[in-house]
Design a protein around this ligand. Sequence first.
Ligand code: MG
Length: 357
Amino acid sequence: MSGSGSEESQPSQEAEDRQQEAEQDWAAAKAFYDNLVTKRPRPPKPQNAITVAVSSRALFNLVEEQRIYEEQGLEKYVEYQQNNENVTLKPGPAFYFVKALEHVNGRLLELYPDDEERFDIVLMTNNHAQVGVRLINSINHYGLTIERFCMTGGESPIGYLTAYLTNLYLSANSEKVQEAIEAGIASATMFTASKDVSYSDTQLRVAFDGDAVIFSDESEQIVKEQGLDRFFEHEQLHENKPLAQGPLKGFLEDLGKLQKKFYAKNERLNCPIRTYLVTARSAASSGARVLKTLRSWGLEIDEALFLAGAPKGPILVKIRPHIFFDDQMFHIEGAQKLGTIAAHVPYGVAQKYRKST
Ligand SMILES: [Mg+2]
């Protein structure tokens, strides 16, 4: 992962041809759909969209169904889903986040009716196609706009995630998330929430941890290997050297890009997206490098909270984010206990060490 882009090589003739062919396909598809009259907004082209792929177990609560699958096997599971086709599924951990993304889309379409730069939600599921009807019924029940489904039948989703130029992938399956992270796709594992709390329905709130989430884990390695004092020293010494980017930097950047579209229409005070950095770093001793790194990337974060090692759960209760990303299970569990929807980013040195700072 590198932010410079200097490693990009000249595209080959073959790649150029493929690109041209793909452009022609999109133009043909667009021409076809332009002749059809519909009140629904058409899903945007992946190149323009911020594609968020969610699994069915992230979008809906399928705990009971998963139990049937594990205890009684695929046939019984499919039969159960078909018999309950008209029973609406309950919201899962990514549900309110997806709802908030769609609220942002609505606001964008009001301001920019002809623009395709908005979120596109893709359902990425390894479910049997027969289960699709229940998923579609539930999606329609809640009025969600999810037109793209990938039913992978148990195959790895990586190829589809790449084909859709996925900007964020959320799944309840930690192995698939790990695989996606290794393929360079921003992803996180979601867990069923222990409490049902209410979330803002007019503002999407996204909270990020810093090290090993927005930033690389280079400084975290020093904490783990050489202790906190050496880490403070190191961060002060390298205050002016930007940190390398972490797996979720791109998604923060995507959110920033959309925020600017609201600012351009004089909607800064009424912006439906708010971002938060919630880090265990201390402001005075290790905060400057983080803020200077964000500045060097040209990224604004709305609120930066330096907790100096204090637990993250209580502050997250005040923020009420639709999603909070962290690389350490320790922080995820703490946040979840107090009712925050937390998503685990399996990246960096913390995966080797359990439960530490
Ligand atoms: Mg971290």
